[in-house]
Design a protein around this ligand. Structure first.
Ligand SMILES: *Cc1c(COP(=O)(O)O)cnc(C)c1O
Length: 410
C-alpha cells in the first residue's frame, strides 16, 4: 500500500478559481446572447505579445542548437552565467548582489513553493492576509500547518491582516516568527511597501533571527522612485532575506517560463545542532539535485530583455498595463468606489460598496456588467469586502470595462 501525503487532504481544494469558473459557466449557459460580451479581468496573466527582442534571441538560440558546432545539452543547474550576470548587474546594481547569488529558474511560482525544501519542521510562519495562495498551500503540503477553519485559515500559520484600516501595511507579528512571506508590489492588493516599512521588517527579522521570503515579481511596475524595487535596497537585508523575481509579468514570460532566486551568502539558518548554515548552500544543492536548469533558448530570451531594444520593449509593456490600471482606477473613482493599488502595480483593489460582500460584488459585476473580477475573500478572510481588477488586458477591453463600470455602478 502506498501511503499518500495526508497534508494534501487539508487543502481547500483550489476553491477560488474553480468557483469563478463555475459561476461564469452558469451565467453563460443562462445568458447565451450575452456570453460573447464577457470580459475577463480575473486571473493575473499577461495579454500582450512577447517582446521582439526576446523572440529574436529565442529563435537565434534554437538555431544554435540545430548546429553541431554550437549545440548545447544540459546547462548549469543554477543558470548560465550570461543571464546571472545580466540579472545581477541590471536588477541589483550597487546593492552588493553578485551573479553567484542568483539562481535562474523556470519561474517564481515554483521557487516560492520549492524553497520550503530547505527549511526544517517547527518554524513559525507568517503570511499576509490577503495573500498569493501559493505561500499558504505549499506550507500546507509540507505539513507546516494544521487544519483549516471555516474561514479557510490554517491552524499554525500567523496571519497578518492587510486592510484599508492599516493602509495595507501589516503590523509586525506579536509572537516571534521564523519565516515571513512578503510580496511587494502586492498581489492581490496592488499596494507597495515604502523604504521605512521594509526597514521595519528587516529590523524585525534581524532581531528575531527570522528569514524574509520576498516576492518581487511585480518590481518592474514600480513608477515611484522612492519605493524599493528589491529588498536588498534595505540595509541588512542581505543577512536575512531571500528574494524571488520573474520575467513573467514585465517581459510577458508567463508562457515562456523564467525567473530567479537571490540567496546572498550572509543569509543563514540554524541546523538541529545550532550550527549556522548559509541558505544559499542548501538552495544550490537542492537546485542541482532536483532541477536541470531553465532551457537555453529561454535564458537567451530573458537576457535579451536587458538589451537596449529589450529594455525599451519591456518599458512599453509596463506603460501599457499601467495606463490600463490608471483608467480602471479612474473609472472606479468616478463610480464612487474606493480604490487602492493600481499606481505601482497592475492590480486595482476595490472596496465593495457598504454592505456588499466580495462574492456579491463578483455576481453583480458578472450579471450587470458582464465583467469577471476576482473576489477579495478568495485571497484570505481579510480580503472580504474587496475585489480585484487586473490591468492585464488589451486597451480595448479595459476601455470597455471602464464604460461598463460607469454605466452599471455609478
Ligand atoms: C505572477 C506571480 C509570480 C510569478 O510567477 P511565475 O511562476 O514566475 O510565472 C510570482 N509571485 C506572484 C505573487 C505572482 O503574482
Amino acid at each position: 500500500m502506498a501511503r499518500i501525503n495526508d497534508n494534501f487532504l487539508k487543502l481547500k481544494a483550489g476553491y477560488l478559481f474553480p468557483e469563478i469558473g463555475r459561476r461564469v459557466k452558469a451565467y453563460n449557459d443562462s445568458n447565451p446572447d450575452k456570453a460573447a460580451a464577457l470580459i475577463r479581468c480575473g486571473i493575473g496573466d499577461v495579454t500582450e505579445p512577447l517582446p521582439e527582442a526576446a523572440r529574436e534571441a529565442i529563435k537565434g538560440a534554437v538555431d544554435e542548437l540545430g548546429n553541431r558546432d554550437t549545440f548545447r545539452g544540459y546547462g548549469p543547474e543554477q543558470g548560465y552565467d550570461f543571464l546571472r550576470e545580466a540579472i545581477a548587474s541590471n536588477n541589483y546594481a550597487g546593492l552588493g548582489i553578485s551573479a553567484d547569488d542568483i539562481f535562474v529558474s523556470d519561474g517564481s511560482k515554483c521557487d516560492t513553493g520549492n524553497i520550503l525544501d530547505i527549511f526544517g519542521p517547527g518554524n513559525r510562519i507568517a503570511i499576509t492576509d490577503p495573500v498569493y495562495p501559493v505561500y499558504v498551500d505549499t506550507n500546507v503540503m509540507a505539513g507546516n500547518t494544521g487544519e483549516a477553519d471555516e474561514n479557510g485559515a490554517y491552524e499554525g500559520l500567523v496571519y497578518l491582516p492587510c486592510t484599508a484600516e492599516n493602509n495595507f501595511a501589516p503590523a509586525l507579528p506579536e509572537e516571534k516568527v521564523d519565516l515571513i512571506y512578503l510580496c511587494y508590489p502586492n498581489n492581490p492588493t496592488g499596494t507597495t511597501a515604502s523604504k521605512e516599512e521594509l526597514t521595519k521588517w528587516v529590523d524585525y527579522a534581524k532581531a528575531n533571527d527570522a528569514i524574509i521570503l520576498y516576492d518581487a515579481a511585480y518590481a518592474a511596475f514600480i513608477q515611484d522612485e522612492s519605493i524599493p524595487k528589491s529588498i536588498y535596497e534595505i540595509e541588512g537585508a542581505d543577512e536575512c532575506a531571500i528574494e524571488f523575481c520573474s520575467f513573467s509579468k514585465n517581459g510577458g514570460f508567463t508562457g515562456i517560463r523564467c525567473g530567479w532566486v537571490v540567496a546572498p551568502p550572509g543569509v543563514t539558518g540554524a541546523s538541529a545542532s545550532g550550527e549556522r548554515i548559509p541558505l544559499r548552500q542548501l538552495w544550490s544543492r537542492r537546485t542541482s539535485t532536483k532541477f536541470n536548469g531553465a532551457s537555453y533558448p529561454i535564458q537567451r530570451g530573458a537576457e535579451a530583455l536587458y538589451s537596449e531594444a529589450g529594455k525599451a520593449q519591456v518599458s512599453e509593456l509596463i506603460s501599457h498595463y499601467m495606463e490600463n490600471a490608471r483608467l480602471l482606477c479612474e473609472a472606479c473613482q468616478k463610480a464612487n468606489l474606493t480604490v487602492f493599488g493600481g499606481v505601482n502595480a497592475p492590480y486595482v483593489w476595490v472596496k465593495c460598496p457598504e454592505g456588499i460582500s466580495s462574492w456579491e460584488m463578483f455576481d453583480k459585476m458578472l450579471n450587470e456588467a458582464q465583467v469577471v473580477v476576482t473576489p477579495g475573500s478568495g485571497f484570505g478572510s481579510a480580503g472580504e469586502g474587496y475585489f480585484r481588477i487586473s490591468a492585464f488586458n488589451s486597451r480595448e477591453n479595459v476601455e470597455e470595462v471602464c464604460q461598463r463600470i460607469l454605466d452599471n455602478l455609478a
